[in-house]
Design a protein. Structure first.
Length: 300
């Protein structure tokens, strides 16, 4: 059975630096970490243990893991990079497969046997059909997830991406994509911090109410700025310096909100696992979040 302590231990493991010893890589518990190698890079990512963290916590604390890629694909916000992460060995297998196939095909072609040539052609097509299948992102989406509505009425991840992809200037598309990615990141971080606040400050304490109120305000501000920025990318007729500057300012605001949510999450994790539970650092972070919200409202 999963308890708060096991979650805290797992989160700390995922956040701890990797250890390098004798050309091998280990996590903080001494477990060896296998590298994920692609054609362009080699990376070491700690995979979360199964049945301990929720999907939102996996996205929060192990965003580069294969499990996080599976969560994003199930939620309909994954991309081809997530598929490649899950099937990281596939390029090497396909490369080896076609190397062998070419060695077989050469004498078959020179021999002129049409039946064998047709058979080799089928063998060449089969991996392509498999690639088409695994890169069909729609097949990964959890059908039940489409029907789920958040209790607070918050927009679901990726719910507006399709609306904004088909309209607006091509030169502003990179801003729209970045905003959508920030929205996905914010959703996972907000969910995590709400759970931690509930664990640290039980309702109906005044402290709990204040924290939840500021998270609600952060949510409203974040989505107001995000939707405002997406409207600019959708409706702007020219990508003037003023338009780009406004988009960059709004993106910086979104990043600032995410950074403060992340700082609050980290502080709560440390606070919960500490014997000396001082609320001063946590409250200071909440004060900073209130100041950020007020400063953005004053600017507007």
């Amino acid at each position: 059975m999963v308890n708060d302590n096991s979650k805290t231990v797992e989160i700390n493991r995922l956040k701890s630096p990797l250890k390098y010893d004798d050309c091998k890589v280990y996590d903080s518990h001494g477990n060896e970490i296998k590298g994920v190698e692609t054609f362009s890079k080699l990376q070491y990512v700690i995979e979360p243990d199964s049945n301990i963290l929720s999907d939102d916590e996996i996205l929060e604390y192990a965003p580069n893991s294969k499990e996080a890629a599976k969560v994003r694909l199930r939620r309909g916000v994954g991309n081809n990079s997530d598929v490649m992460l899950i099937y990281d060995s596939l390029p090497w297998i396909i490369g080896f497969y076609y190397t062998i196939l070419i060695c077989i095909a050469i004498p078959v072609v020179y021999g002129g046997n049409k039946s064998l040539m047709f058979f080799v052609l089928i063998l060449a097509i089969l991996p392509l059909l498999y690639l088409y299948y695994i890169f069909n992102l729609k097949q990964y989406v959890d059908k039940s997830a489409k029907k789920q509505v958040k209790k607070s009425g918050f927009p679901t991840i990726g719910s507006t991406r399709e609306n904004h992809e088909s309209e607006g200037l091509e030169s502003l598309k990179k801003y729209a994509d970045e905003i959508e990615d920030l929205k996905a990141s914010y959703d996972s971080k907000e969910s995590a911090v709400r759970k931690l606040i509930e664990k640290r400050f039980e309702p109906p304490q005044i402290t709990y109410e204040r924290f939840m109120t500021i998270i609600d305000k952060s949510h409203d501000l974040f989505y107001h700025e995000a939707e405002s920025a997406l409207n600019i990318t959708q409706l702007a007729v020219e990508d003037t310096p003023r338009v780009k500057n406004e988009l960059e300012n709004k993106i910086n605001t979104l990043k600032s909100i995410i950074d403060q949510i992340e700082d609050l999450t980290n502080e709560l994790v440390i606070n919960i696992s500490s014997d000396d539970k001082s609320d001063d650092d946590v409250k200071n972070l909440v004060d900073d979040m209130e100041n950020l919200i007020d400063s953005v409202k004053d600017y507007k």
